[in-house]
Design a protein around this ligand. Structure first.
Ligand SMILES: [Cu+2]
Length: 142
């Protein structure tokens, strides 16, 4: 009778310890290794760093919002809010695009690894109207 009871108690303690942690913590990102987390939501793109050294850069893209988003990286001299628009498609023009991820569903993550030359970049969600609503951020590659 003792042994099953102890097993039960151990299981109960493990459950308490796990629930105390809440949601699983996101793995740390290290910009010195070229890692940048990009959190997408309505209507914002949040980067853990706006500068990174040239070379291999890994964007750890997470959709923390409630609808699908995408992720586009363009090399441009334009400020984040000054990318020319394609008014017919209701998107930003993607001149200078160096890479992207098509559709990231809510709650999902995807990684994008790019070889980035030094310069000025804008990252955005370019689902129609999302760029205009504020889903953009600046990135400087040194
Ligand atoms: Cu979006």
């Amino acid at each position: 009778m003792l042994r099953p009871m102890r097993t039960f108690l151990t299981a109960a303690l493990v459950t308490v310890a796990l629930s105390a942690c809440g949601a699983p913590a996101a793995p740390a990102v290290d910009v010195s290794k070229g890692e940048i987390r990009a959190d997408l939501k309505e209507y914002q793109v949040a980067l853990t760093s706006n500068t990174v050294r040239a070379g291999q850069v890994t964007f750890l893209v997470r959709n923390v919002g409630g609808m699908a988003h995408n992720f586009v990286v363009v090399k441009t001299d334009a400020a984040p809010d000054k990318i020319p628009l394609d008014t017919e498609k209701q998107i930003a023009k993607e001149d200078g695009k160096v890479g992207g991820i098509d559709g990231v569903a809510p709650g999902k993550s995807a990684n994008l690894r790019l070889d980035l030359a030094p310069g000025h970049y804008v990252v955005m969600c370019n689902i129609p109207t999302h760029y205009q609503l504020g889903m953009r951020a600046e990135l400087t590659v040194q």
